[in-house]
Design a protein around this ligand. Sequence first.
Ligand code: C5P
Length: 406
Amino acid sequence: MGKRILLVVAGGIAAFKTPDLVRRLRERGASVRVVLTDGGAQFVTPLTLQAVSEDKVYRDLWSLTDESEMGHIQLSRSADVILVAPATANILARMAHGLADDLATTVLLATDKPVIVAPAMNVRMYEHPATQANLALLAARGVTIIGPDDGAMACGEFGPGRMSEPLSIAAHLADWFTGQAGPKPLAGRHALVTSGPTHEPIDPVRYIANRSSGKQGHAIAAALVALGARVTLVSGPVALPDPAGATVLHVESAREMLAACEGALPADIVVAAAAVADWRVADAAGQKLKKDGGALPSLTLAENPDILATLSKPGPERPALVVGFAAETNDVLAYAQAKLARKGCDWILANDVSPATGTFGGDRNLIHLIRQGQSPETWPDLPKMEVATRLAAEIASHFEFENGKK
Ligand code: C5P
Protein backbone atom coordinates (compact mmCIF):
# COMPACT_ATOMS: atom_id res chain seq x y z
CA MET A 1 0.00 0.00 0.00
CA GLY A 2 3.08 2.25 0.22
CA LYS A 3 1.53 4.37 3.00
CA ARG A 4 2.68 5.59 6.38
CA ILE A 5 0.77 4.28 9.37
CA LEU A 6 1.09 5.57 12.93
CA LEU A 7 0.13 2.63 15.12
CA VAL A 8 -1.04 3.43 18.65
CA VAL A 9 -0.73 0.35 20.88
CA ALA A 10 -2.88 0.65 24.01
CA GLY A 11 -2.93 -1.53 27.11
CA GLY A 12 -4.90 -4.68 26.41
CA ILE A 13 -3.84 -8.31 26.18
CA ALA A 14 -4.30 -8.14 22.38
CA ALA A 15 -1.22 -5.88 22.32
CA PHE A 16 0.78 -9.11 22.12
CA LYS A 17 -0.48 -9.45 18.55
CA THR A 18 0.87 -6.08 17.46
CA PRO A 19 4.36 -7.24 16.38
CA ASP A 20 2.56 -9.54 13.93
CA LEU A 21 0.25 -6.67 12.92
CA VAL A 22 3.29 -4.49 12.17
CA ARG A 23 4.72 -7.30 10.01
CA ARG A 24 1.43 -7.75 8.13
CA LEU A 25 1.17 -4.02 7.44
CA ARG A 26 4.77 -3.84 6.32
CA GLU A 27 4.46 -6.83 4.00
CA ARG A 28 1.75 -4.87 2.22
CA GLY A 29 4.28 -2.11 1.64
CA ALA A 30 3.26 0.27 4.47
CA SER A 31 5.77 1.87 6.79
CA VAL A 32 4.77 1.72 10.44
CA ARG A 33 5.78 3.97 13.31
CA VAL A 34 4.59 3.01 16.79
CA VAL A 35 3.33 4.99 19.78
CA LEU A 36 3.17 2.68 22.80
CA THR A 37 1.14 3.58 25.91
CA ASP A 38 2.29 2.61 29.41
CA GLY A 39 -0.49 0.02 29.51
CA GLY A 40 0.55 -1.34 26.10
CA ALA A 41 4.12 -1.72 27.37
CA GLN A 42 2.83 -4.14 30.02
CA PHE A 43 1.97 -6.57 27.22
CA VAL A 44 4.56 -5.96 24.50
CA THR A 45 8.06 -4.54 24.81
CA PRO A 46 9.20 -1.36 23.03
CA LEU A 47 12.24 -3.29 21.80
CA THR A 48 10.09 -5.87 20.01
CA LEU A 49 8.04 -3.18 18.29
CA GLN A 50 11.15 -1.24 17.40
CA ALA A 51 12.71 -4.36 15.85
CA VAL A 52 9.68 -5.25 13.73
CA SER A 53 8.90 -1.66 12.67
CA GLU A 54 12.58 -0.79 12.13
CA ASP A 55 11.75 2.62 13.58
CA LYS A 56 11.90 4.34 16.91
CA VAL A 57 9.01 3.60 19.27
CA TYR A 58 7.51 6.72 20.87
CA ARG A 59 6.29 6.50 24.46
CA ASP A 60 6.73 9.65 26.46
CA LEU A 61 4.98 12.99 26.04
CA TRP A 62 7.55 14.61 28.31
CA SER A 63 10.71 13.28 26.64
CA LEU A 64 13.01 16.18 25.83
CA THR A 65 14.91 14.19 23.21
CA ASP A 66 11.78 12.97 21.44
CA GLU A 67 10.25 16.45 21.50
CA SER A 68 13.39 17.97 19.99
CA GLU A 69 13.63 15.30 17.26
CA MET A 70 9.91 14.87 16.50
CA GLY A 71 7.37 16.87 18.48
CA HIS A 72 4.01 15.33 19.30
CA ILE A 73 2.24 17.59 16.80
CA GLN A 74 4.65 16.58 14.04
CA LEU A 75 4.28 12.91 15.06
CA SER A 76 0.51 13.21 14.70
CA ARG A 77 0.89 14.53 11.14
CA SER A 78 3.77 12.27 10.04
CA ALA A 79 1.49 9.46 8.87
CA ASP A 80 -1.30 9.05 6.31
CA VAL A 81 -3.52 7.40 8.90
CA ILE A 82 -3.50 6.62 12.63
CA LEU A 83 -4.45 3.07 13.62
CA VAL A 84 -5.29 2.36 17.27
CA ALA A 85 -4.87 -1.38 17.90
CA PRO A 86 -5.76 -2.68 20.35
CA ALA A 87 -8.22 0.11 21.13
CA THR A 88 -9.16 -0.51 24.76
CA ALA A 89 -12.34 0.75 26.43
CA ASN A 90 -10.15 3.28 28.21
CA ILE A 91 -8.48 4.80 25.16
CA LEU A 92 -11.81 4.90 23.28
CA ALA A 93 -13.32 6.81 26.22
CA ARG A 94 -10.40 9.25 26.30
CA MET A 95 -10.63 9.75 22.52
CA ALA A 96 -14.38 10.28 22.67
CA HIS A 97 -14.00 12.93 25.36
CA GLY A 98 -10.96 14.68 23.96
CA LEU A 99 -8.56 13.90 26.80
CA ALA A 100 -4.88 14.37 26.13
CA ASP A 101 -3.19 12.94 29.17
CA ASP A 102 -0.42 10.91 27.53
CA LEU A 103 1.45 10.85 24.21
CA ALA A 104 -1.09 8.56 22.47
CA THR A 105 -4.17 10.63 23.29
CA THR A 106 -2.35 13.92 22.65
CA VAL A 107 -1.36 12.69 19.19
CA LEU A 108 -4.94 11.52 18.56
CA LEU A 109 -6.33 14.91 19.57
CA ALA A 110 -3.74 16.86 17.59
CA THR A 111 -3.96 14.92 14.36
CA ASP A 112 -5.54 16.10 11.14
CA LYS A 113 -5.37 12.59 9.67
CA PRO A 114 -8.03 9.86 9.47
CA VAL A 115 -8.22 7.55 12.49
CA ILE A 116 -9.03 3.83 12.47
CA VAL A 117 -9.58 1.81 15.65
CA ALA A 118 -9.58 -1.95 16.29
CA PRO A 119 -11.39 -2.38 19.64
CA ALA A 120 -10.33 -5.17 21.98
CA MET A 121 -11.68 -5.69 25.47
CA ASN A 122 -13.74 -7.94 27.72
CA VAL A 123 -17.21 -8.62 26.33
CA ARG A 124 -19.00 -6.86 29.22
CA MET A 125 -16.79 -3.80 28.85
CA TYR A 126 -17.53 -3.79 25.12
CA GLU A 127 -21.27 -4.12 25.62
CA HIS A 128 -21.38 -1.50 28.37
CA PRO A 129 -23.53 1.47 27.29
CA ALA A 130 -20.62 3.82 28.02
CA THR A 131 -18.35 2.02 25.53
CA GLN A 132 -21.12 1.71 22.96
CA ALA A 133 -21.87 5.44 23.29
CA ASN A 134 -18.18 6.28 22.92
CA LEU A 135 -17.90 4.12 19.79
CA ALA A 136 -21.03 5.71 18.34
CA LEU A 137 -19.62 9.18 19.02
CA LEU A 138 -16.29 8.31 17.42
CA ALA A 139 -18.02 6.75 14.39
CA ALA A 140 -20.15 9.88 13.99
CA ARG A 141 -16.93 11.91 13.93
CA GLY A 142 -15.61 9.81 11.08
CA VAL A 143 -13.46 7.28 12.96
CA THR A 144 -13.44 3.90 11.17
CA ILE A 145 -14.02 0.88 13.42
CA ILE A 146 -12.60 -2.55 12.55
CA GLY A 147 -14.11 -5.45 14.50
CA PRO A 148 -14.12 -6.59 17.23
CA ASP A 149 -14.50 -10.30 16.48
CA ASP A 150 -16.51 -12.82 18.46
CA GLY A 151 -14.72 -15.58 20.29
CA ALA A 152 -13.12 -16.91 23.44
CA MET A 153 -11.37 -14.19 25.40
CA ALA A 154 -8.24 -14.19 27.53
CA CYS A 155 -10.44 -13.49 30.57
CA GLY A 156 -12.32 -16.77 30.00
CA GLU A 157 -15.56 -15.19 28.74
CA PHE A 158 -16.98 -15.53 25.25
CA GLY A 159 -18.49 -12.97 22.90
CA PRO A 160 -17.60 -9.84 20.94
CA GLY A 161 -14.44 -8.13 22.12
CA ARG A 162 -11.53 -9.95 20.51
CA MET A 163 -9.31 -7.73 18.41
CA SER A 164 -9.61 -8.62 14.70
CA GLU A 165 -6.73 -10.78 13.50
CA PRO A 166 -3.67 -8.88 12.24
CA LEU A 167 -4.12 -10.29 8.71
CA SER A 168 -7.65 -9.04 8.58
CA ILE A 169 -6.75 -5.57 9.99
CA ALA A 170 -3.96 -5.27 7.39
CA ALA A 171 -6.40 -6.27 4.63
CA HIS A 172 -8.90 -3.67 5.86
CA LEU A 173 -6.25 -0.96 5.81
CA ALA A 174 -5.12 -1.90 2.32
CA ASP A 175 -8.73 -1.80 1.11
CA TRP A 176 -9.35 1.43 2.96
CA PHE A 177 -6.35 3.05 1.25
CA THR A 178 -7.36 1.85 -2.19
CA GLY A 179 -10.99 2.78 -1.64
CA GLN A 180 -9.87 6.30 -0.76
CA ALA A 181 -8.31 7.34 -3.96
CA GLY A 182 -7.45 6.57 -7.49
CA PRO A 183 -9.17 6.26 -10.84
CA LYS A 184 -11.44 3.28 -11.59
CA PRO A 185 -10.50 2.35 -15.18
CA LEU A 186 -12.00 -1.15 -14.83
CA ALA A 187 -15.44 0.06 -13.68
CA GLY A 188 -18.14 -1.91 -15.48
CA ARG A 189 -15.84 -4.91 -16.17
CA HIS A 190 -16.24 -8.31 -14.58
CA ALA A 191 -13.02 -10.09 -13.60
CA LEU A 192 -12.88 -13.76 -12.65
CA VAL A 193 -9.82 -14.76 -10.61
CA THR A 194 -8.80 -18.23 -9.44
CA SER A 195 -6.50 -18.56 -6.45
CA GLY A 196 -4.96 -21.06 -4.05
CA PRO A 197 -4.44 -24.80 -4.31
CA THR A 198 -7.07 -27.45 -4.90
CA HIS A 199 -7.64 -30.39 -2.61
CA GLU A 200 -8.33 -33.69 -4.32
CA PRO A 201 -9.95 -36.20 -1.96
CA ILE A 202 -8.46 -39.67 -1.45
CA ASP A 203 -11.17 -40.56 1.07
CA PRO A 204 -13.32 -38.40 3.37
CA VAL A 205 -10.33 -37.47 5.56
CA ARG A 206 -7.31 -37.45 3.23
CA TYR A 207 -6.49 -35.42 0.18
CA ILE A 208 -3.77 -34.55 -2.34
CA ALA A 209 -2.76 -30.88 -2.29
CA ASN A 210 0.09 -28.54 -3.19
CA ARG A 211 2.00 -25.70 -1.56
CA SER A 212 0.16 -22.74 -3.10
CA SER A 213 -0.75 -20.12 -0.45
CA GLY A 214 -3.17 -18.11 -2.61
CA LYS A 215 -1.33 -14.89 -1.74
CA GLN A 216 -0.72 -13.90 -5.35
CA GLY A 217 -4.25 -14.67 -6.58
CA HIS A 218 -5.92 -12.95 -3.63
CA ALA A 219 -3.70 -9.89 -4.12
CA ILE A 220 -4.71 -9.77 -7.80
CA ALA A 221 -8.39 -9.93 -6.87
CA ALA A 222 -7.90 -7.01 -4.45
CA ALA A 223 -5.94 -5.00 -7.03
CA LEU A 224 -8.69 -5.47 -9.62
CA VAL A 225 -11.33 -4.39 -7.07
CA ALA A 226 -9.20 -1.30 -6.43
CA LEU A 227 -9.40 -0.37 -10.11
CA GLY A 228 -13.18 -0.63 -10.04
CA ALA A 229 -13.73 -4.11 -11.52
CA ARG A 230 -16.51 -6.35 -10.26
CA VAL A 231 -14.46 -9.30 -9.08
CA THR A 232 -15.43 -12.93 -8.56
CA LEU A 233 -12.68 -14.80 -6.75
CA VAL A 234 -12.86 -18.58 -6.91
CA SER A 235 -10.57 -19.78 -4.15
CA GLY A 236 -9.29 -23.18 -3.15
CA PRO A 237 -8.60 -23.81 0.57
CA VAL A 238 -6.32 -21.03 1.87
CA ALA A 239 -5.54 -19.39 5.21
CA LEU A 240 -6.26 -15.88 3.94
CA PRO A 241 -9.13 -13.48 4.61
CA ASP A 242 -11.53 -12.84 1.72
CA PRO A 243 -10.48 -9.64 -0.06
CA ALA A 244 -13.02 -6.92 0.67
CA GLY A 245 -15.20 -5.94 -2.25
CA ALA A 246 -14.86 -9.25 -4.13
CA THR A 247 -17.48 -11.99 -4.35
CA VAL A 248 -15.63 -15.04 -3.07
CA LEU A 249 -16.63 -18.60 -3.98
CA HIS A 250 -14.86 -21.18 -1.81
CA VAL A 251 -14.19 -24.53 -3.45
CA GLU A 252 -12.03 -27.56 -2.73
CA SER A 253 -11.38 -29.63 -5.86
CA ALA A 254 -10.47 -28.76 -9.44
CA ARG A 255 -13.82 -29.91 -10.71
CA GLU A 256 -15.62 -27.68 -8.19
CA MET A 257 -13.35 -24.80 -9.22
CA LEU A 258 -14.23 -25.27 -12.89
CA ALA A 259 -17.95 -25.44 -12.13
CA ALA A 260 -17.75 -22.24 -10.03
CA CYS A 261 -15.84 -20.45 -12.81
CA GLU A 262 -18.27 -21.52 -15.50
CA GLY A 263 -21.16 -20.46 -13.29
CA ALA A 264 -19.57 -17.00 -12.86
CA LEU A 265 -19.36 -16.31 -16.62
CA PRO A 266 -19.67 -14.08 -18.56
CA ALA A 267 -16.52 -12.20 -17.62
CA ASP A 268 -14.35 -9.66 -19.42
CA ILE A 269 -11.17 -10.73 -17.67
CA VAL A 270 -9.90 -14.04 -16.33
CA VAL A 271 -6.78 -14.37 -14.23
CA ALA A 272 -6.04 -18.03 -13.47
CA ALA A 273 -3.65 -17.84 -10.54
CA ALA A 274 -4.75 -21.05 -8.82
CA ALA A 275 -2.36 -23.98 -8.59
CA VAL A 276 -4.91 -26.50 -9.79
CA ALA A 277 -4.01 -30.15 -9.15
CA ASP A 278 -3.29 -31.87 -12.44
CA TRP A 279 -4.68 -35.16 -11.21
CA ARG A 280 -7.35 -36.37 -8.86
CA VAL A 281 -7.85 -39.80 -7.37
CA ALA A 282 -9.97 -41.65 -9.91
CA ASP A 283 -12.23 -43.38 -7.40
CA ALA A 284 -12.06 -41.47 -4.13
CA ALA A 285 -13.24 -43.79 -1.34
CA GLY A 286 -16.58 -42.98 0.24
CA GLN A 287 -15.29 -44.17 3.61
CA LYS A 288 -11.96 -43.78 5.38
CA LEU A 289 -9.37 -46.26 4.03
CA LYS A 290 -8.25 -48.55 6.84
CA LYS A 291 -4.74 -49.64 7.68
CA ASP A 292 -5.54 -53.33 8.07
CA GLY A 293 -2.04 -54.78 7.76
CA GLY A 294 -2.79 -56.23 4.34
CA ALA A 295 -1.80 -54.93 0.92
CA LEU A 296 -0.91 -51.24 0.72
CA PRO A 297 -3.55 -49.16 -1.03
CA SER A 298 -2.58 -47.82 -4.41
CA LEU A 299 -4.06 -44.71 -5.92
CA THR A 300 -5.18 -44.56 -9.51
CA LEU A 301 -5.15 -41.02 -10.81
CA ALA A 302 -7.38 -39.36 -13.38
CA GLU A 303 -6.64 -36.11 -15.19
CA ASN A 304 -8.37 -32.99 -13.90
CA PRO A 305 -10.03 -30.52 -16.26
CA ASP A 306 -7.78 -27.65 -17.30
CA ILE A 307 -9.70 -24.58 -16.17
CA LEU A 308 -7.50 -22.06 -17.96
CA ALA A 309 -7.65 -23.96 -21.26
CA THR A 310 -11.41 -24.42 -20.91
CA LEU A 311 -12.03 -20.71 -20.29
CA SER A 312 -9.66 -19.79 -23.17
CA LYS A 313 -11.61 -21.78 -25.78
CA PRO A 314 -12.95 -19.58 -28.58
CA GLY A 315 -16.69 -19.00 -28.34
CA PRO A 316 -19.28 -16.34 -27.68
CA GLU A 317 -18.64 -16.44 -23.90
CA ARG A 318 -14.84 -16.30 -24.17
CA PRO A 319 -13.62 -13.48 -21.93
CA ALA A 320 -11.83 -10.69 -23.82
CA LEU A 321 -8.59 -11.14 -21.88
CA VAL A 322 -7.46 -14.43 -20.35
CA VAL A 323 -4.30 -14.45 -18.26
CA GLY A 324 -2.59 -17.59 -16.98
CA PHE A 325 0.40 -18.32 -14.82
CA ALA A 326 3.31 -20.62 -15.54
CA ALA A 327 5.15 -21.76 -12.45
CA GLU A 328 8.37 -23.38 -13.59
CA THR A 329 11.57 -24.54 -11.95
CA ASN A 330 13.77 -24.40 -15.07
CA ASP A 331 13.73 -23.11 -18.67
CA VAL A 332 11.06 -20.71 -17.45
CA LEU A 333 10.62 -18.64 -20.62
CA ALA A 334 10.63 -21.53 -23.08
CA TYR A 335 8.08 -23.54 -21.10
CA ALA A 336 5.92 -20.47 -20.58
CA GLN A 337 5.86 -19.66 -24.32
CA ALA A 338 4.79 -23.22 -25.05
CA LYS A 339 2.11 -23.02 -22.35
CA LEU A 340 0.67 -19.81 -23.79
CA ALA A 341 0.17 -21.56 -27.13
CA ARG A 342 -1.13 -24.79 -25.62
CA LYS A 343 -3.67 -23.19 -23.30
CA GLY A 344 -4.90 -20.62 -25.80
CA CYS A 345 -4.78 -17.75 -23.29
CA ASP A 346 -3.69 -14.19 -24.16
CA TRP A 347 -1.02 -13.51 -21.57
CA ILE A 348 1.11 -15.68 -19.32
CA LEU A 349 2.87 -14.54 -16.19
CA ALA A 350 5.82 -16.84 -15.85
CA ASN A 351 7.57 -17.24 -12.52
CA ASP A 352 10.44 -19.29 -11.24
CA VAL A 353 9.25 -21.45 -8.35
CA SER A 354 12.39 -23.50 -7.78
CA PRO A 355 12.70 -23.95 -3.98
CA ALA A 356 15.66 -21.52 -3.74
CA THR A 357 13.42 -18.61 -4.85
CA GLY A 358 10.95 -19.07 -1.94
CA THR A 359 8.07 -18.04 -4.25
CA PHE A 360 5.56 -20.65 -3.05
CA GLY A 361 4.17 -19.33 0.24
CA GLY A 362 6.64 -16.41 0.12
CA ASP A 363 5.88 -12.75 -0.35
CA ARG A 364 7.85 -11.90 -3.47
CA ASN A 365 7.67 -12.88 -7.09
CA LEU A 366 9.88 -12.45 -10.13
CA ILE A 367 7.64 -12.26 -13.16
CA HIS A 368 8.05 -12.41 -16.92
CA LEU A 369 4.95 -11.17 -18.74
CA ILE A 370 4.51 -12.86 -22.10
CA ARG A 371 1.79 -11.55 -24.37
CA GLN A 372 0.59 -13.51 -27.38
CA GLY A 373 2.93 -12.66 -30.28
CA GLN A 374 5.23 -10.32 -28.32
CA SER A 375 8.60 -10.73 -26.70
CA PRO A 376 8.68 -11.31 -22.94
CA GLU A 377 8.84 -8.41 -20.52
CA THR A 378 10.74 -9.08 -17.28
CA TRP A 379 9.59 -7.27 -14.17
CA PRO A 380 11.87 -6.57 -11.21
CA ASP A 381 11.64 -8.86 -8.19
CA LEU A 382 8.56 -7.43 -6.44
CA PRO A 383 6.34 -8.13 -3.42
CA LYS A 384 3.26 -10.11 -4.52
CA MET A 385 1.05 -7.12 -3.71
CA GLU A 386 3.01 -5.01 -6.20
CA VAL A 387 2.93 -7.74 -8.83
CA ALA A 388 -0.84 -7.63 -8.42
CA THR A 389 -1.04 -3.84 -8.72
CA ARG A 390 1.17 -3.88 -11.78
CA LEU A 391 -0.84 -6.63 -13.46
CA ALA A 392 -4.11 -4.81 -12.74
CA ALA A 393 -2.64 -1.65 -14.28
CA GLU A 394 -1.51 -3.62 -17.38
CA ILE A 395 -5.01 -5.06 -17.70
CA ALA A 396 -6.56 -1.59 -17.40
CA SER A 397 -4.27 -0.14 -20.07
CA HIS A 398 -5.00 -3.11 -22.35
CA PHE A 399 -8.71 -2.26 -22.22
CA GLU A 400 -8.02 1.46 -22.67
CA PHE A 401 -5.96 0.63 -25.75
CA GLU A 402 -8.65 -1.70 -27.14
CA ASN A 403 -11.30 1.00 -26.54
CA GLY A 404 -9.10 3.52 -28.33
CA LYS A 405 -9.00 1.29 -31.42
CA LYS A 406 -12.79 1.25 -31.68
O1 C5P B 1 -0.35 -26.55 -16.83
P1 C5P B 1 0.04 -25.70 -15.69
O2 C5P B 1 -0.56 -26.14 -14.39
O3 C5P B 1 1.51 -25.49 -15.54
O4 C5P B 1 -0.55 -24.27 -16.07
C1 C5P B 1 -0.59 -23.23 -15.19
C2 C5P B 1 -1.75 -22.30 -15.49
O5 C5P B 1 -2.90 -23.04 -15.84
C3 C5P B 1 -2.14 -21.49 -14.29
O6 C5P B 1 -2.67 -20.27 -14.76
C4 C5P B 1 -3.21 -22.35 -13.66
O7 C5P B 1 -4.10 -21.57 -12.87
C5 C5P B 1 -3.90 -22.92 -14.86
N1 C5P B 1 -4.47 -24.27 -14.66
C6 C5P B 1 -5.83 -24.43 -14.66
N2 C5P B 1 -6.37 -25.69 -14.54
C7 C5P B 1 -5.56 -26.77 -14.44
C8 C5P B 1 -4.16 -26.61 -14.44
C9 C5P B 1 -3.67 -25.35 -14.54
O8 C5P B 1 -6.56 -23.43 -14.75
N3 C5P B 1 -6.10 -27.97 -14.31
